[in-house]
Ligand binder design. Structure first.
Ligand code: MIG
Length: 818
């Protein structure tokens, strides 16, 4: 044991593990039994060796691996007895990125593994690992050597890592935690749980994202603790000077991700865990859901009502009641006698149909899915080889082992019937996995874990991810080159490669509107940008005002869906009377106008790993006060919103980051780097567009692709100085963008007191199906005299409402306005 470790510290650490259990709200989780065995710590470093981009250090028995993943990403692993576990991860897709250079040095005190950006120092006397940049700034350093203790019941180790917490340090990330954005002073547990009607600060919830970002001295780094067992995080809670993370099993294995910009930390986290593919365009329209719309006539009536009232909508959902006795992949023929006909009629009216699929398969000898699963031993089994059985909606069920590649393959094929019926999207629920009564599977259930085998302790947190992965992979084949649309409730890091997510069973209260605002911002910086809440609240009854304010926030939720529990009153946009209906309609229409912008920010997420929702702490991390702002956020990089979170609220204080901002509704200009009090009449909410932006706009359609776009409207928000803006377009439903069939347009704007120059560069092979842009200039400080596009003079035109615009060929290279 290292000399520097004092007895009290060890006691303190054991206490950490104990009180972790006191601070968290229990949801059907077995308690972490503390073994009485003593913790062991890394001791003095005795040797160092190198194998390509990987460096090994040992204290004589234990080994530590330091691997260069890229210039800014370094992976650390610990093998208490010197032999590492198999290098396998469900989350990480790329551990071998480009590094310009790397090397190892040493002096009397330490070894230094260096890239051209980061130095990882390993202190010889006590094995403390730290990360610094070349200016000497230490971003992250061990508070104690990595340590472990044997697990007498399951084998393996409980593994621990303790870091120093800087006095000013703020912490972000960790997925769906229902708490303040800054995690400092709090402690969390990751164990995917079905948490109907969860409360503020309740933990754990549905998802496990063991990734956090630290910001200290205005600069950021990230830690991704890639461990699927029950994991714990303490952010300067037990001890103000310490942040630690630990797990009930597996390996101490984490990635240090250098910034110093928070957005770059998020991008680099995406570079190892992947991004979401481009969703089908309809997937980012407005969706209507309910537990449950049935029978068929009800579905037809609801969808017809949308069209009659001219409220745009792209998708209608069928919750569990469409199935025959809750048997997955079947129809209740009493309620839905001819699903294919219904779905094609809905499609003709612009509605996509999305249905739910759960993991529990009814034990029923006459049910083909059960029979196939049973014959092929596809279902999970207990430690002694008995079936894992549990009660869910269909009654007694068995559960596929989605960690088995053969089972995933099979699961993917089961969707064929529903796909042939015309179903366009799938919603995977209950995949924590949830079991009535006992919460989830017992720990001894065995899993294939892609050949690396493990008990449920190891597979629990990735069960849902592997389920939706199987769903996605299967659909990708069944839809040929069309993009699947999937949603999952449970997730682990990397799930973004296969699915969107929603935040589960929230409540129709104002507090939950705020919780949702926090959760979506947090999910977005945790790699799960395609996220949404049940707009209006799942359980309980919203009044018209709450429902409408939530709908307004919904416009700026990447996934926009109204959903509610079965025992609640109607939740369609018109259910609260004409006054609220008119406002909901206005905002849903706004979503459709913004679609080309929203699609562009999905591309920025897909291609560059940029989060869709950007908390102010991420936008301006260097301003300490911004680290605690949590109501306003940027939607992409050009629009800022601050949802109204209280009944009867007449105005609210909104902080605007640096730059000039235009109030969306009246185009009034506001200066940034300060707070403003903004009126919040019921039919508006604080929405601002950044000066120096180009926001593409579609005409209001009742559903995506309802009509062809003849000219694309571009709203140019003027500001003095130089600015970048992007637009993105592609087929909207195929994977051809992977073969460069897309149009990514890069605009460079330069505004002065008497001129505006816009340069355009186009990348990709996609030819948009319109010829011209219709450009509107907003906030221009001079009288326009001449407009030249690539040297040719153009006239300023006037539209029906008397507004000036410029019509210009879409592939112009430069537009000079003086
Ligand atoms: O035990 O399918 O979170 O969205 O409506 C409840 C019925 C199961 C929970 C989901 C919710 C869904 C509901 N499901």
């Amino acid at each position: 044991m290292g000399d520097s470790i004092k007895k009290e510290e060890i006691a303190n650490d054991l206490l950490d593990a104990n009180s972790a259990e006191d601070n968290v709200h229990h949801v059907n989780n077995p308690v972490l039994d503390l073994p009485t065995i003593e913790k062991k710590y890394l001791a003095r470093v005795r040797a160092c060796s190198k194998d390509r981009n990987t460096f090994y250090f040992t204290d004589g028995i234990a080994k530590v691996e330091i691997r260069i993943v890229s210039d800014e990403i370094i992976r650390v692993r610990l093998a208490p007895q010197g032999s590492f576990l198999d290098d396998f991860s469900y989350a990480v897709i790329d551990t071998d990125q480009h590094a310009v250079s790397f090397s190892v040095d040493e002096d009397e005190t330490s070894y230094y593994v260096k890239t051209n950006k980061v130095i990882c120092a390993i202190r010889k006397a006590d094995f403390l690992v730290s990360f610094q940049d070349f200016s000497g700034k230490v971003f992250n350093t061990d508070d104690k050597p990595m340590h472990w203790e044997e697990n007498p019941d399951f084998g393996g180790y409980y593994v621990y890592c303790s870091k120093k917490a800087h006095e000013d340090e703020a912490f972000f990330g960790l997925g769906d935690k229902a708490t303040n954005l800054n995690l400092r002073g709090k402690r969390f547990k990751n164990w995917n749980s079905d948490t109907y009607g969860y409360a503020f600060n309740q933990d754990p919830l549905y998802k496990t994202i063991p990734f956090y970002i630290g910001v200290t001295g205005g600069e950021a780094y990230g830690i991704f603790f890639d461990n699927t067992f029950r994991t714990f995080f303490d952010f300067a809670s037990e001890n103000k000077q310490r942040t630690s993370f630990w797990s009930e099993g597996g390996e101490m294995q984490y990635y240090y991700i250098h910034g110093p910009n928070m957005i770059d930390v998020v991008k680099r986290y995406h570079s190892i865990t992947g991004t979401h593919y481009m969703p089908p365009l309809w997937g980012i329209g407005y969706h209507q859901c309910r537990w449950s719309y049935y029978p068929e006539q009800n579905v037809r009536d609801i969808t017809a009502e949308f069209r009659k009232r001219e409220i745009p909508c792209d998708a209608i959902y069928l919750d569990i009641d469409y199935m025959d006795g809750y048997r997955c992949f079947t129809w209740d023929k009493k309620y839905f006698p001819d699903p294919k006909k219904m779905i094609s009629d809905l499609a003709a009216n612009g509605f996509k149909t999305v249905v739910m699929i759960d993991p529990g398969i009814k034990v029923d000898e006459n049910y083909w899915v059960f029979k196939e699963g049973q014959q092929n031993r596809y279902f999970c089994r207990r430690g002694d080889d008995y079936f894992m059985e549990g009660f869910v909606w269909p009654g007694r069920c068995q559960f596929p082992d989605f960690t088995n590649p053969t089972v995933r393959e099979w699961w993917g094929t089961l969707y064929k019937g529903l796909v042939d019926d015309g179903v366009a999207g799938f919603w995977n629920d209950m995949n924590e996995p949830a079991v009535f009564g006992r919460g989830t599977f017992p720990d001894d259930v065995r899993h294939n874990y892609d050949g690396y085998r493990g008990s449920h302790r190891k597979a629990h947190n990735i069960y849902g991810m592997q389920m939706v992965r199987a769903t996605y992979d299967g659909l990708k084949k069944l839809y040929k080159n069309k993009r699947p649309f999937t949603i999952t409730r449970a997730a682990y890091s990397g799930t973004q490669r296969f699915s969107s997510v929603w935040t589960g069973d929230n409540i129709a209260t104002w507090e939950h509107l705020r919780i949702g605002l926090l959760q979506l911002q947090r999910l977005s910086v945790s790699g799960l940008s395609f996220c949404g809440t049940d707009i209006g609240g799942f359980t309980g009854e919203p009044d018209g005002e709450l429902f409408t304010r939530w709908m307004q926030f919904g416009v700026f939720s990447p996934f926009m869906r109204v959903h509610s529990a079965g025992d609640t009153r109607d939740r369609e946009p018109w259910s609260f009377g004409p006054e609220w209906e008119a406002i909901c309609k206005k905002f849903i229409e706004m979503r459709y106008k913004l679609l080309p912008y929203i699609y562009t920010i999905f591309w920025q997420q897909h291609r560059y790993g940029e989060p869709i929702l950007r908390p102010i702490s991420l936008v301006e991390q260097h301003i300490p006060k911004n680290l605690i702002r949590e109501e306003e956020f940027c939607f992409g990089d050009k629009i800022l919103v601050s949802p109204v979170l209280n009944p009867g609220q007449k105005n609210k204080v909104v902080y605007l980051p640096e730059g000039e901002w235009y109030y969306y509704f009246n185009l009034q200009k506001y200066v940034g780097l300060q707070e403003h009090t903004i009126d919040t009449p019921l039919d508006e909410m604080p929405i601002f567009v950044k000066g120096g932006s180009i926001i593409p706009e579609y005409p209001v359609m009742q559903y995506t692709f309802q009509q062809k776009i003849d000219v694309l409207k571009l709203n140019v928000y003027f500001s003095r100085g130089k600015f970048d803006s992007y637009t993105y377009a592609d087929h909207g439903d195929t994977f051809a963008y992977e073969q460069s069939v897309y149009a990514e347009k890069h605009f460079l704007l330069e505004g002065t007191d008497n001129s505006l120059v816009i340069l355009q560069q186009v990348e990709g092979l996609y030819n948009e199906r319109f010829d011209d842009y219709k450009i509107y200039l907003i906030g221009i400080p001079f009288e326009v005299r001449t407009v030249k596009a690539d040297g040719v003079e153009l006239n300023l035109l006037k539209d029906e409402s008397g507004n000036d615009y410029i019509q210009v060929e879409k592939d112009f290279r430069n537009l000079i306005i003086t």
